[in-house]
Design a protein around this ligand. Structure first.
Ligand code: PLP
Length: 432
């Protein structure tokens, strides 16, 4: 029988080092918000496969629908011989993505691929080439998605030259002294000094920066961006890949601001664990690419479409948007105490939008100096104590909580208890 240790050794020999290695726990099976490793140890899941298992691991309705699909057809390639579920996923996305205008959708397989297609569509629709994105943003690992990403190490360093005509501006983060106004002024400067707005095809933004550190964009800022984009004929592109599908307490995070983007990219939570991604946008924009300009062999695979239809049902039937807010409240009740108290002076900031909850660790609350070593030690200790936790942030000093939205609240409490114990251990490991 395989053990974690034997698999670590086999991995080192077989798989390149560039694939990051977070925890040395090899998973054997999973159910809703719990995982078991190959040695039978149980873990509570506060990561949800990086915001994928919003509907939990192997939700019975997702499994049932996929199983039925397995018995009918597994792959044809939609471009050659289409099938109904692809059409239905698109119809349902057109109905739920914000925006009171006709929409069309395209299905692909990954988040990066969704962003690549959003760029192609925006360029074809506007006849312009430039894009504005944000420092700290993350949009994927393919060449264009990597160029839009606003973090060099490990995502861009060594992989250049990047795609030209991508400009980054500061994301408004009050905790780090960047106000909405600072950001908007930087955009004005960018338009005046680097790229005329008449050359800009799209502004690409995550409504809550995910990998960058779980920073929600202020709602007023999103509304201003909408105005600026409209004024200059620029398409506003919302990357809802991490924030979508009930994660933030609404179906999509942009809804909190009452803003409709021209193009929305989605992935992760849509498939309930099956690989599927989507681009939904204004019908007139989406139709600008001539036939054959879009597609992909596996894009909108029948199993993934079946899963997505079940996921959309489960989100509605189980009221997962409300559940996201309950999870948020449960986590914040403890984390806010940590932030207010003196026991954990390393807790610099606590923030959330729905069930996207984060703690930013600092060496001192006064200097706000990032403490990435603590975030790393905490996620490691938590893993040893039976809790899967992820870090994030441009400096790697943020611990993010992304539970399945189907998690029992009692399990959230159990996870918090493990986090507290692990935080004490991590601090003492670092000599704090
Ligand atoms: C906001 C955002 N965009 C894009 C991506 C890339 O998605 P994928 O890994 O499916 O290519 C991610 C993945 O973490 C993401 O969080």
């Amino acid at each position: 029988m395989s053990t974690n240790a034997s698999l670590i050794a086999r991995r080192s020999a077989a798989i390149p080092e560039g694939l990051s290695r977070h925890l040395d726990i090899y998973i054997d099976r999973a159910e809703n918000a719990e995982l078991w490793d190959v040695e039978g140890r149980r873990y509570i899941d506060f990561a949800a496969g990086i915001a994928v298992n919003n509907t939990g691991h192997r939700h019975p309705k997702v499994v049932e629908r996929v199983r039925k699909q397995l018995d009918r057809v597994v792959h044809t390639s939609f471009q050659t011989t289409p099938y109904e579920d692809y059409v239905e996923v698109c119809e349902r996305l057109n109905a739920i993505v914000p925006g009171d205008f006709p929409k069309k959708s395209l299905l692909v397989s990954t988040g990066a691929e969704a962003n690549e297609n959003a760029v192609k569509i925006a360029r074809a629709a506007t006849g312009r080439s430039a894009f504005v994105a944000f420092s700290g943003g993350f949009h994927g690992r393919t060449l264009m998605a990597m160029s839009l990403t606003g973090k060099t190490v490990p995502y861009k360093a060594g992989f250049g030259p990047l795609v030209p005509d991508v400009f980054h501006m500061p994301f408004p983060i009050a905790y780090h002294g960047v106000s909405e106004d600072d950001s908007l002024k930087a955009l004005e400067r960018l338009f005046a000094s680097e790229v005329d707005p008449s050359r800009v095809a799209g502004i690409v933004i995550e409504p809550v920066q995910g990998e960058g550190g779980f920073y929600p964009a202020p709602f007023g800022f999103l509304r201003k961006l909408r105005e600026i984009a409209t004024r200059h004929g620029i398409l506003l592109i919302a990357d809802e890949i991490q924030t979508g599908f009930a994660r933030t307490g609404r179906m999509f995070a942009m809804e909190h601001a009452g803003v409709a983007a021209d193009i929305v990219t989605m992935a992760k939570g849509l498939g309930g664990g099956f690989p599927i991604a989507a681009i939904t946008g204004r019908a007139d924009v989406m139709d600008k690419i001539p036939m054959g300009g879009l597609g992909g062999t596996f894009a909108g695979n029948p199993l993934s479409c079946a899963a997505a239809l079940a996921v959309l049902d489960v989100i509605a039937e189980e009221n997962l948007m409300d559940k996201a807010k309950q999870i948020e409240a449960r986590l914040r009740a403890t984390f806010d105490q940590w932030k207010a108290g003196t026991e954990f002076g390393c807790v610099g900031d606590v923030r959330s939008l729905g069930a996207m909850v984060a703690i930013e660790f600092v060496t001192s609350r006064e200097t706000r100096q990032p403490w990435p070593e603590l975030a790393k030690a905490l996620t490691k200790a938590a893993g040893q104590n039976g809790l899967i936790l992820l870090s994030c942030g441009v400096h790697g000093n943020v611990v993010r909580i992304l539970t399945p939205l189907t998690i029992a609240l009692s399990l959230v409490d159990e996870g918090i208890t493990i986090m507290e114990k692990s935080l004490h251990q991590a601090i003492s490991t670092l000599g704090g």
